[in-house]
Design a protein around this ligand. Structure first.
Ligand code: DGL
Length: 274
């Protein structure tokens, strides 16, 4: 046992995390809580947000540019902390990069299949994520399941506006959720980085037996597993850091980002993208 521990390799290089903007900070938060010894670099593509309404080609192009930046920073693993970018860019990034790449859709799907008893799973996400059918395919790859999808394009601006607990949000939630409730789902995947912030209002409007799946938590579990399997865990002997980069408006990122991240965001650098 002692020998095994002695031989265990460590790697203090950072984990690279990216998203279209602020939302991926929910994933970063979960990773930071579960793996406090890890150095983390976050890139929020605030110049191009939202990805949810963009084409597949555009999202792949942005993702490739961000990943090139992260690789320059010697990241040991990349987390695509955005559902839309995971839906569109994960396969191509996994094929082309040498470091492991983890998206949020596979872990979220696994968690949903594990929890659902009646095999009726609802998925809410951006237009891009829903149109890609990524959750539908991933869930059915694991187990044959009835998947009911609903795009909720108004949720992202509501969350960014800070309206997570208002009357208007409540009505919009009811409207989006109704078709899924009619299908008798027992599990609902929060298939967008912003939706964990709507947990309370969602819970108010669904039956108590429906389990909400937060992809951020499921993804963190996957990150931990992969680091472990590949002997890439940090040992915390170096002073560890959290770094933030954006493609536009660092000041706004600090303010709005605070709603998505458990700690104060102090140092945000702007990087020029094409
Ligand atoms: N981060 C995106 C996602 O999880 C939501 C915001 C956007 O549309 O860019 O799909």
């Amino acid at each position: 046992m002692q020998n095994k521990q002695k031989n265990k390799k460590i790697n203090n290089n950072p984990i690279g995390i990216f998203d279209s903007g602020f939302g991926g900070l929910t994933v970063m938060s979960a990773i930071n809580k579960a793996l406090p010894l890890e150095n983390l670099i976050y890139f929020g593509d605030t110049a191009h947000v939202p990805y949810g309404t963009k084409s597949k080609d555009a999202v792949i192009k942005f993702s490739k540019e961000i990943v090139a930046f992260l690789i320059e920073h010697k990241v040991k693993l990349i987390v695509i902390a955005c559902n839309t970018a995971s839906a569109f860019a994960l396969p191509i990034l996994q094929k082309t990069l040498k470091v492991p790449v983890i998206g949020v859709i596979e872990p979220g799907s696994k968690a949903a299949v594990h929890v659902s008893k009646n095999k009726k799973i609802g998925v809410i996400g951006t237009e891009g994520t829903v149109q890609s059918g990524a959750y539908l395919k991933e869930i059915n790859k694991i187990k044959k399941t009835n998947v009911y999808q609903q795009a909720c394009p108004l949720f992202v601006p509501l969350v960014e506006e800070g309206w997570t607990n208002s009357e208007i949000t409540n009505s919009i939630v009811q409207k989006y959720i109704k078709p899924l409730l009619n299908k008798n789902i027992d599990t609902l995947v929060l298939g967008c980085t912003h939706y964990p912030l709507l947990r309370k209002v969602l819970e108010k409007n669904i039956n108590k037996n429906i389990v909400l799946i937060d992809s951020a938590k499921a993804t963190t579990h996957e990150v931990k597993n992969v680091l472990n399997q590949k002997s890439l865990l940090a040992d915390g002997k170096q002073k560890n850091f959290l770094k933030f980069y954006v493609s536009d408006n660092p000041k706004k990122f600090k303010t709005i980002g605070r709603r998505f991240f458990s700690k104060k965001i102090s140092d945000v650098k702007k990087i020029e993208m094409e």
